[in-house]
Design a protein around this ligand. Structure first.
Ligand SMILES: [Zn+2]
Length: 206
């Protein structure tokens, strides 16, 4: 593969990799030990992925890519935090990735926990579990105000709001999008099918 150099090429590379994975014919590129020597000096990933920590959302597997291809940032429910923004800005400014993919998924446990907490049913004691749920709660309340009550509708809105928060808080990311050097795509991963479905794109990817 020639390394994708712009948002269009980067998005197409991810879409094609996911198609290979879903079709049951992955190429497993750049995953062998021979890769290591050529990469030890520096990394040159072609995209950043900010997604949920869910164990079924294994980035390199579902996009059929290899070592050095993706700069991956994950936490439960893909919740924006300063350290997340710092990691993504590093990927954009220093590593010059042309694409950030924000990846949620159906039946997300973090979204479910937020729904449970809202109904006083959350079965968890951890202080920081509640902190994380508190960060998703505004999206849940907004979804309800818009008439959305299904978990996957709330997850879609959460991906959109995550992107909006990322762009509004990071001048660097906003400027790169405006210059055409960066696009941010929001997508949903369907656990049962292995498919990545686009929700939103900011910047040109077609
Ligand atoms: Zn999740």
């Amino acid at each position: 593969m020639i390394r994708p150099k712009n948002p269009i090429q980067a998005w197409h590379a991810l879409v094609e990799g996911n198609h290979r994975f879903v079709s049951g014919a992955p190429a497993h590129p750049r995953q062998d030990i021979d890769q290591l020597a050529g990469q030890a000096e520096k990394q040159k990933p072609f995209a950043a992925l900010f997604g949920c920590s869910d164990s079924r959302l294994s980035a390199e597997i579902i996009f059929d890519v290899g070592l050095g291809d993706l700069f991956v940032v994950r936490n439960a429910g893909q919740v924006i935090a300063e350290t997340i923004l710092g990691s993504l800005e590093y990927a954009v400014e220093v590593l010059e990735v042309p694409l950030i993919l924000v990846l949620g998924h159906d039946e997300c446990g973090a979204i479910r926990a937020t729904m449970d907490a809202n109904e006083g049913k959350l079965q968890a004691n951890g202080e920081y579990i509640h902190n994380l749920v508190d960060r998703i709660t505004p999206t849940l309340l907004e979804a309800k105000a818009q008439g959305f009550h299904e978990i996957d509708e709330i997850t879609d809105l959460h991906v959109r709001e995550t992107i909006a928060e990322m762009i509004s808080r990071s001048d660097l990311i906003q400027n790169r999008i405006e210059s055409g050097k960066l696009a941010v795509v929001g997508a949903n991963y369907v656990l049962e099918l292995g498919e990545v479905h686009q929700i939103q794109a900011v910047g040109n990817i077609d």
